[in-house]
Design a protein around this ligand. Structure first.
Ligand code: FAD
Length: 302
């Protein structure tokens, strides 16, 4: 593969938007992603209600391919593979992985985040046996059953809307006074007849050896109640996937990368966009804007 002007690691909305904006300015652009389908987290979002231009909402599995199609039509090249190492070299950056290697003047890292774990014992053991981090992916396995959601941010509320249509009952367990996600989405969730909410409460134990049969929930007074449930969907934050960057730029205690307004890390030719950067909006539109900002900064240098 010839040397590229721009290579992007990660085909979520941040990376795809960077690819679109770079390629349409005739920069040779490659985007490398380790999932079969472009779109990253987006692909699993059932209904997006906060993306301008879609007053009735749109699903991620429709929006993702639209943006990927725009990037591809602009000339971006798509490579399926995992980037395992990056190195600064005379010509810019060298990336290597199961796809081979690529040399690129500029490198945009858009690797997104992974769901944080609850941190209670049995969680890993029961993953796939009652515990899930994606209602859109796994919700159907819990048809007419009683399930819990841990969390109260946007992801938890969005996924509550999906799950409530499938399950018998849904209880949202949130550690604060009130969920922190969008007020509009919260109102829709609260209007659903089969959704309950336990605030100032946290899940402190999981019951079941081979499959989940219940969870222990502690309230603000320290009282613990056992709730029967066969499913638990966890949305308690996310961990940025920044291990590729750890030798090249400073990461904060949570693993996020500091960038300037142009998404530059301060290291020549190295940009970080989307969920992995400090002060990320954590939203699709903000992640897309990051990709655009990085690409425009790279275009401006040429
Ligand atoms: C359940 C849920 C619902 C949400 N709903 C909404 C919503 O309705 N509205 C909204 O605005 N936001 C929503 N969000 C947030 C939004 O989805 C994220 O902010 C956004 O998708 C982040 O995009 P990204 O491009 O930074 O990362 P991602 O979408 O995570 O993409 C990163 C990509 O990089 C790939 N990758 C990682 N490491 C490598 C590597 N080493 N080599 C190659 N590829 C790699 C990953 O596999 C992935 O495909 C939701 C999030 C969740 C979890």
């Amino acid at each position: 593969m010839n040397k590229r002007d721009v290579t992007i690691v990660g085909g979520g909305i941040a990376g795809l938007t960077a690819a679109f904006f770079a390629a349409r300015e005739n920069l040779t652009t490659t985007i490398i992603d380790n999932q079969g389908v472009s779109g990253g987290v987006l692909i699993n979002v059932d209904s997006i209600q906060n993306f301008p231009g879609f007053p009735d909402g749109i699903s991620g599995y429709e929006l993702g391919p639209m943006i990927a199609g725009q990037a591809s039509a602009s000339g971006a090249e798509f490579v399926f593979g995992s980037v395992m190492d990056i190195h600064q070299c005379e010509d810019g950056w060298e990336l290597s992985g199961d796809f081979g290697s690529v040399v690129s003047t500029n490198l945009v890292v858009a690797t997104g985040s992974q769901p944080a774990r609850l941190g209670v014992s049995n969680e890993e053991q029961l993953y796939g046996h009652g515990i899930s981090y994606c209602a859109t992916c796994d919700g159907d396995f819990f048809r007419d059953e009683d399930v819990l959601i841990a969390g109260g941010g946007d992801a938890a509320l969005d996924e509550a809307l999906v799950l409530a249509e499938i399950v018998n009952s849904l209880t949202i367990v949130h550690h604060g006074d009130s969920p922190t996600g969008s007020k509009a989405t919260l109102a829709r969730v609260q209007a659903l007849p089969n959704v309950g909410m336990l605030t100032n409460s946290e899940i402190v134990g999981l019951n079941g050896d081979d499959v989940l049969i219940g969870a222990s929930v502690r309230d603000e007074h320290g009282s613990i109640q056992d709730l029967d449930c066969t499913g638990l969907f966890v949305y308690v934050g996310s961990n940025p996937q920044t291990n590729l960057l750890q030798d090249w730029c400073e990461l904060d205690a949570l693993g996020h990368v500091a960038v300037d307004d142009y998404m530059s890390t301060g290291v020549v030719g190295l940009y970080a966009v989307g969920d992995i950067r400090q002060r990320s909006s954590g939203l699709l539109l903000g992640s897309a804007a990051d990709g655009m900002a990085a690409a425009r900064a790279i275009v401006a240098k040429n």
